[in-house]
Design a protein around this ligand. Structure first.
Ligand code: HEC
Length: 197
């Protein structure tokens, strides 16, 4: 596995190269055998952008649209009631599908005040990370960890109460241990874990 510094170096060269050559077309791909590395922080940022885009599109164009047209609502017990999964459940489901692919890649929502106890902070990194993003909600909390002989990069991105619906539902949910969320509060975090070998 490349060291972190090598990854960084690779990215600097990549940016430099792009700066000179402009946007490379298919014919100007990296020469064979050359490493085309990105810092793992950037990879995590890309994944975060994708996951959040899917969550937003699902919320806006599926859940809200179907609900406002009176077709179908989203509800927690969607499997039994034949409704749509809540956006948080949709995200967790796709995270479980990714986890099964054997890539070592993982993502899920976690919180210090979870509605679903399975989404509580487990371990030092998650507790520390969720505590830190409460006071620093503009950047992810990151660290390198080793588990079962494998090194991982982990990042917890702050998950904010961006809409009234977030706090309305969480503050009134019978299983929620916190009932005074306000708009723009950090409600939890999106944990992304990337294997490094
Ligand atoms: C209609 C109710 C509802 C709405 C609206 C809602 N949530 Fe949730 N949220 C839930 C439920 C239920 C879970 C637990 C899902 C599971 O079983 O994993 C959850 C899970 C979460 C979690 C993981 C920790 C936990 O509580 O289990 C976070 C973080 C979260 N939601 C943030 C948000 C944010 C941010 C918004 C708004 C963009 C939002 N939620 C909107 C019901 C809701």
């Amino acid at each position: 596995m490349k060291t972190f510094n090598k990854l960084r170096q690779g990215a600097t060269m990549l940016v430099f190269g792009l700066g000179i050559a402009g946007f490379p077309g298919p014919s100007s791909a990296a020469p064979e055998g050359s490493a085309f590395n990105l810092p793992v922080e950037t990879v995590a940022d890309y994944l975060y952008a994708l996951i959040e885009a899917d969550r937003e599109v699902y919320t806006k164009h599926v859940v809200e649209r179907m609900q406002s047209k009176g077709v179908v609502v989203a509800s927690e017990n969607w499997e039994e009631k034949n409704t749509l999964p809540l956006p948080a459940q949709f995200l967790m489901e796709s995270g479980r599908v990714v986890a099964k692919k054997g890539l070592g890649l993982q993502y899920r929502l976690i919180s210090l005040w979870p509605i679903n106890k399975r989404n509580g902070a487990s371990g030092e990194f998650e507790k520390l990370g969720l505590g830190t993003i409460l006071t620093h909600p503009t950047k992810p909390y990151t660290a390198y960890v080793k588990e079962g002989g494998v090194r991982y990069f982990q990042a917890i991105y702050p998950d904010l109460a961006v809409a009234q619906a977030c706090i309305g539902c969480h503050n009134s949910h019978p299983d929620s241990p916190k009932r005074d969320f306000r708009i723009n509060d950090v409600m939890g975090g999106l944990l992304i874990r990337i294997p490094l070998q």
